[in-house]
Design a protein around this ligand. Structure first.
Ligand code: SF4
Length: 75
């Protein structure tokens, strides 16, 4: 299952700007204020780190889509 999209999902909680995701994978995540995904990143190069960051996000706001499913595939 390849990660095809990563985004900030604040439908239930807001990003607390804690920086944990950037600490895990700064190639993908930036937290200038709220988390943003860096442009032009090939997610397939960082799948393990992206999943680790999503699992480690204290408010579960990192959403992952796999294989172009069109829906959130984590949590
Ligand atoms: S780990 Fe979650 S709450 Fe913390 S900055 Fe990243 S997205 Fe925001």
């Amino acid at each position: 299952m390849a990660i095809t999209k990563v985004w900030l999902d604040e439908s239930e909680n807001e990003c607390t700007m804690c920086g944990a995701c950037e600490a895990v994978c700064d190639a993908v995540f930036e937290v200038p204020e709220k988390m943003v995904i860096k442009a032009g990143v090939d997610f397939t190069q960082y799948e393990a780190e992206i999943e680790e960051a999503a699992e480690g996000c204290p408010v579960a706001t990192i959403a992952i889509e796999k294989d172009g499913s069109g829906k959130r595939n984590n949590f």
